[in-house]
Design a protein around this ligand. Structure first.
Ligand code: ZN
Length: 365
């Protein structure tokens, strides 16, 4: 039997909540972790029609890209659609889960999906997220270095880009003097001791600090474990906003816009003026990506494909890059397939459905 907790744990191993932006509210918003899952409906937005679809299809868990509660709410009434959706979901015993900017910020997330649709190569994260990494330095009797390292790696330390089991070990001499209340692993009470030790250094994601330190204490033989944890200003190349890559071959501005329209199946694109050079380097950001305009220009993008660009933000292209606004819904509707693929890799015995209700609130003539 699969419980909501199993789904949540799996999703948050792939897209940790710590990777969401400060303004976000990803995670389980309505529901109980212990409830057995009857079926999962995957959608972009939660609306009353989506909840009705879940009910008809016997899905008691809705996984949405956009969390239904985004900012704190003070009333839960039928006066607005958020209150009605939450009330309806609770009455129908349907849980609501949001997989939002923690998914956006993954190198293998929403933006990679857009980039792949556009056949971009040499992909990198456009604006890597800061504050996600820590460094652990610890001192271990040299004979215990391998076992401690093994435990640290198993807890998630030493993962850098496409490499796992990364560490640095230097040999040195540790010294200490056990007091009368100590039970030393090596040495004698009140006698100064010198021990050949290894200085281990590993990087780990900040959100894994508790399991990493638990692994250290569980395998380190000393009564008092000497260690430091440092905050790093380094960025994780696999975590952050937007992506940038290159088209297989350069296109003229108008050719690229036609290509973008066809590949993303768009009715229209709002864009700035063509640039006087071929388009080869393409930055993408699903959802609202105006905050990336300057970063895309700095990284020599020929175009930024995103949505929700305000009138004055279009001016920031300033002839240096094309800004192409393809629409919020259109840029992210593919997230249903992405979440479906993530879940179907692990859960083969649950009903997994992509929502058929079209939730785009914007219509065009
Ligand atoms: Zn969005």
């Amino acid at each position: 039997m699969t419980r909501i907790e199993d789904i949540v744990r799996y999703l948050e191993q792939i897209a940790p909540l710590a990777y969401q932006e400060g303004y976000d509210n990803a995670g389980l918003v309505v529901g109980e972790l212990a409830t057995p899952v009857t079926g999962i409906l995957i959608c972009l937005d939660i609306t009353e029609s989506v909840i009705e679809e879940a009910k008809v299809k016997n899905c008691n868990l809705i996984i949405a890209h956009h969390p239904i509660i985004f900012r704190p709410i003070s009333k839960l009434t039928s006066e607005n659609y958020v209150g009605r959706c939450i009330t309806h979901a609770i009455k129908q015993d349907i849980a609501l889960y949001g997989l939002h900017t923690n998914l956006d910020n993954l190198a293998h997330g929403v933006n990679e999906q857009i980039a792949k649709t556009l056949c971009l190569d040499d992909l990198t994260v456009l604006l890597p997220k800061t504050g996600t990494l820590r460094q652990l330095t610890t001192f271990v009797p040299y004979s215990s270095v391998d076992s401690v390292l093994q435990a640290l790696h198993a807890a998630g330390a030493g993962h850098m880009g496409d490499y796992t089991h990364c560490s640095f070990v230097a040999k040195g001499t540790g010294s200490f003097r056990p007091t009368s209340t100590a039970y030393p692993y090596i040495g004698t009470v009140d006698k100064p001791e010198k021990v050949e030790e290894g200085r281990i250094e590993v990087i780990f994601p900040a959100h894994l600090e508790t399991p990493v330190l638990q692994a250290l204490r569980a395998t380190h033989p000393y009564e008092e474990v000497a260690y430091y944890v440092h905050k790093l200003s380094n960025t994780d190349p696999k975590v952050g906003a937007g992506m940038i890559g290159e088209l297989p071959s350069a296109l003229h501005s108008q050719e690229f816009l036609a290509y973008l329209k066809a590949k993303m199946q768009l009715a229209y694109i709002r864009h700035t003026t063509p640039i006087g050079r071929p388009v080869k380097r393409v930055a993408v950001c699903g959802g609202s990506g105006s905050f990336l305009i300057e970063h895309a220009i700095l990284k020599h993008a020929d175009v930024l494909v995103t949505s929700d660009v305000k009138y004055h933000d279009f001016f920031k292209a300033d002839g240096q890059m094309i800004i192409a606004d393809i629409g919020h819904y259109e840029s992210e509707v593919g997230v249903k397939a992405l979440i479906y693929t993530l879940l179907s890799k692990k859960f083969t015995n649950i009903v997994l459905l992509k929502c058929e209700t079209i939730t785009n609130p914007i219509y065009c003539l």
